[in-house]
Design a protein around this ligand. Structure first.
Ligand SMILES: [Mg+2]
Length: 414
């Protein structure tokens, strides 16, 4: 039997709002919504617990948040500030635990396996230590959840947020109790079961995570498909990865933008897709990766959202990605409605060694060299200086995207 690992999930409490409050303490105790100014079309990136009481949630349009909580203070967001604090927390955690994974701007996984002696084999003491040192350094609060794998730790963390009435923000799920810990949690807590799966689970009268456990694997696979079915089977049993990656490996790179005005202008759509593809490829090349999957996200003016993906030979070539994104768009855009949002993301990364170019007119070596010099110029002068004609003047389409939640990227941490 392999020994159980000790994995901690650290999740900052309403991170963006908390950072804003450090800068402007008068915001403390008030309902605060980060993501856009009053009357803007962005989405909520972070909401303080005071505004969540009124039903405000991340991801909802700013205008809806305004209706739910008219007294809220609306802040556009300051990504540089959040990155600064995120880096501070990350740097500190790297001194606290032997292995730290940067999971997102406000979430980290720590592997404490082998450190038990340091904390007198008391995992709660360990968690408290982490919390205290973060608070001492940044004055920010967080939840710390300890379990034998990342998945259970992540779900457990959500149960000790200030909004759930937890006083400590600390939870420990002992080895062997993963399944029973999850069993009583409402099915909404099953992280990873999204927009499609949740309603289907409800239809099947699954209310708590534990309700999945008695269901045979074949039945789950029949209802949800082979891979989602087996994922549900394992997730409900509290199985998950215990590999904490010491560096931040992005799993996907993507950009999306909300149009200032809903549009059906083919030229604007084409330019936006080209620009989103270029942005993604630029970032891919910076981390020396190529992607195999291109995903398009399309949201209509009535909020119906379609995502569609395609696998292509691995690439970080603007033209190849742009072409795929446009094909995906043509396949997905079947309604006669205006479009509110477009997004292009790249995933299934492979290290950039061998390349199969979709456009073989130039050798890949030559193309790499070309991109290296193009990217050097982009880095020097900012992104907009050098772009293909097809994506000229994307600012028109992106004005809101810049301030909105969609432009909150993870900071690069070396
Ligand atoms: Mg958080």
């Amino acid at each position: 039997m392999p020994t159980n690992r000790i994995i901690a999930h650290v999740d900052m409490d309403s991170f963006f709002v908390s950072c804003e409050r450090l800068v402007d303490p008068s915001l403390t105790g008030k309902p605060v919504v980060v993501g856009g100014r009053r009357g803007e079309r962005g989405v909520v990136a972070s909401a303080s617990y005071e505004s969540r009481k009124f039903g405000v949630k991340s991801g909802m349009p700013i205008m809806t948040a305004e209706k739910l909580c008219p007294k809220a203070i609306f802040i556009p967001g300051n990504h540089r500030l959040y990155s600064k604090y995120s880096r501070k927390v990350y740097a500190l955690l790297r001194r606290v635990a032997p292995v730290v994974e940067y999971a997102s701007i406000d979430e980290f996984y720590l592997d404490f396996t082998g450190c038990e002696d340091l904390y007198g084999h008391d995992l709660e003491v360990m968690a408290k230590k982490v919390q205290e040192s973060i608070f001492k350094r940044t004055k920010l609060t967080c939840s710390v959840a300890i379990a034998t794998n990342k998945y259970v730790a992540k779900i457990a963390g959500k149960t000790v947020k200030p909004s759930s009435g937890s006083k400590t923000g600390i939870v420990v799920v002992p080895a062997g109790e993963e399944q029973s810990f999850l069993a009583n949690l409402p099915i909404e807590r099953l992280h990873g079961a999204g927009e499609k799966t949740q309603p289907r689970l409800k239809e099947m009268r699954i209310i708590r995570i534990g309700d999945i456990v008695p269901m045979p694997l074949v039945k789950l696979q029949k209802a949800f498909g082979p891979s989602a079915g087996s994922w549900l089977y394992e997730a409900a049993r509290g199985m998950g990865s215990d590999e904490v990656h010491p560096f931040h490996y992005a799993k996907s790179i993507g950009h999306e933008t909300t149009f200032e005005k809903d549009t059906d202008n083919p030229e604007q759509i084409h330019q936006t897709l080209a620009w989103l593809s270029e942005k993604g490829c630029y970032r891919l090349r910076r981390i020396g990766k190529r992607a195999r999957t291109v995903t398009l996200k399309l949201r209509y003016d009535d909020f119906q959202t379609i995502t569609r993906a395609k696998t292509i030979p691995e690439t970080n070539d603007d033209v190849a990605v742009m072409k795929t994104a446009y094909e995906l768009f043509q396949e997905s855009h079947v309604r006669k409605r205006k479009i509110r949002l477009l997004g292009v993301s790249l995933s299934k990364f492979e290290a950039g060694e061998e390349v199969e170019w979709l456009f073989p007119e130039m050798s890949s070596k030559k193309k790499d060299a070309l991109y290296q010099s193009v990217d050097a110029i982009k880095r020097r002068y900012g992104f907009h200086k050098l772009e293909k004609a097809a994506s000229l003047d994307p600012k028109e389409a992106d004005r809101e995207g810049k301030g909105g939640a969609s432009s909150f990227q993870k900071p690069k941490i070396k």
